[in-house]
Every structure is written in C-alpha cells, then in structure tokens.
Design a protein. Structure first.
Lengths: 137, 150
C-alpha cells in the first residue's frame, strides 16, 4: 500500500515502535486470536469423539453407559471444566469478532475485556455446580 | 517510523478467481451465521445436560432415549451436529491453509478433514433417526421407564 510522505495516517499516529493499527498483531488482538484457534481445535477434536461416544446408543445400553461412566469420573469432570471453559471463550470471542467485523473495530480491546468478564461470570455459574455433581457421586 | 504490513492473506490458500461463486466469502459468512446459532444450541445443550438435575452424573442410556424420542431434541441435536461439524471442519481447513506448507500435505489434511466431517455427519444423522429407545432384550433398569408399557 503506497503511503504519501509527510502525512501521517491514523495508523501511524498511534504507532510507537511497533506497527500499529493491526487488530491481530500484538497484545489483546493477537492473544484473543491465538486463544480462538487453540480452543477451536480442542473443541473440534472433542466433537469428533463426542459424536462417536453418543453413537454407542445405537450399539447397546450397556456399551453407552460404560463409556458415559468415564465422563463422570473426577478426572474427566475436571476435563469438562476445561472443555466448557474453551467453548465459552470461543463463543464470546466469536461474538466479539462479529462485532469487530460488522460494528466497529476500534472497540476490539475493550470488547476483549468484556469477553474475559463474561467468561468469568459464566464459569462462576457453571464450575461450582458441575464440581458438586461430579464429586458428590 | 514507517513500516509496511503485508495484507494478512494465507500464502498457501488458492488465489481468488476472477469470476464465479466466491466460496471463501460464503465460508466467511457461514462461520458467523452458524456461530451465532451454535451459541444458542450448545449453551442450551450444556445447560440441560450439565446444569439441570444432577448434571453429568445423571447421564445414561435412558436419559438419551428420552431426548432422541422427542422431536424437539432430535431437531436440536441434528442441527448442532451439522452446523458444528461444518463450522469446525471449515475452521480446521483455515488452519491447514495457514500452517501446512507443502501442497501434498495440505491435500492430505484437507481430504482427512472432509472424510471426518462427512462420515460423522452421516453416522450422527443415522443414529438419531434409527434410534431404538427400547432395544429387545435390554435390561429393564437400563432403558427408559416408558419401555415398560410396550
């Protein structure tokens, strides 16, 4: 992109030493993108397994119950906390991406902190109840 | 200080054609539309299965039988299956375009993604529509209570 010498565009005005005006390079923009990819891949591979385990209802009640019992162990219970944490982040950050695309990109940083805040609230509602269900049985 | 930042294009994705359907645009739109719908579907799924009653501890064959005999949950789960697998498969395709550097590895990985998505959509759809909540010979304590009246 050619730039006119002597005039500063809005990107350069906010530049210190690092190229700025980039949503996805450095700081919150980059880390939300990295987390979105990592959580997305993790959720995808869980989804593959989850469809296979649910398909066992077509094999026999015993086969399905044997596998679902594994999801009810303490270790998998903690895994479900991680899974729900990944899904909730991916969901809220996905809404943030949509707002950046269709509304206004200049709020991406504050929206990232909104995502983190909503994630904390959602996990506070989920984790205690889930852990009681896991560890009281 | 001036520095030019390259446009954030994956170096290895196929270049856009001059005419015809812009599939990348429709993929981009699909990710956003399906994403919004999936938030409703998956949050509802997680709430009903993990938050109500005794949560994950209450899940068993009879619980699933109750859902897969209810048209509401059948439609819910089929929509989740299709939307989530295509959303996830397209996301994985993006990662392959970004990180797999050789043409052959991209081809193999994308075929693997396509095969996984198509086969799991087929499997999941068949399971929901051919499900038998009261299989013959199954112990009465493992199946739903409504099987007794059959």
């Amino acid at each position: 992109m050619p730039q006119t010498a002597g005039t500063l565009d809005s990107q350069q005005k906010t530049t210190s030493r690092r190229p700025a005006g980039t949503l996805y390079r450095g700081n919150t923009g980059m880390w939300s993108w990295v987390l979105h990819r990592i959580t997305g891949v993790a959720i995808f591979f869980f989804l593959l397994v989850h469809i296979l385990d649910t398909a066992l209802v077509r094999v026999s009640p015993e086969a399905y119950n044997a596998v679902i019992a594994q999801y009810q162990t303490p270790i998998m219970g903690l895994g479900e906390v991680a899974l729900v944490g990944a899904i909730v982040f991916h969901a809220f950050n996905g809404l943030r991406i949509i707002l950046i695309d269709f509304w206004n990109a200049k709020y991406q940083r504050v929206l990232f902190y909104v995502v983190i805040g909503l994630w904390v609230v959602t996990m506070l509602a989920f984790v205690p109840r889930h852990l009681i269900n896991v560890f009281s049985h | 200080m001036t520095s030019t930042i390259e446009a954030p294009r994956s170096p290895d994705s196929r270049s856009a054609k001059k005419s015809g359907v812009n599939w990348e645009k429709w993929g981009w739109i699909y990710m956003r539309v399906s994403g919004v719908v999936l938030i409703v579907l998956i949050f509802g799924h997680l709430f009903v299965n993990l938050m109500t009653g005794e949560g994950v501890s209450a899940l068993n064959f009879a619980f699933v039988a109750g859902k897969f005999t209810d048209p509401f949950w059948m439609v819910w789960d089929i929509m989740m299956l299709w939307l989530a697998l295509i959303h996830g498969g397209n996301g994985m395709r993006t990662l392959v375009n970004d990180y797999a550097t050789s043409r052959i590895s991209r081809g193999i990985l994308k075929v693997a993604i396509l095969v996984s998505v198509v086969s799991l959509i087929t499997l999941g759809t068949l399971v929901v529509f051919t499900f038998d909540p009261c299989p013959a010979g199954a112990p009465a304590d493992l199946v739903a209570s409504f099987c007794k009246s059959l």
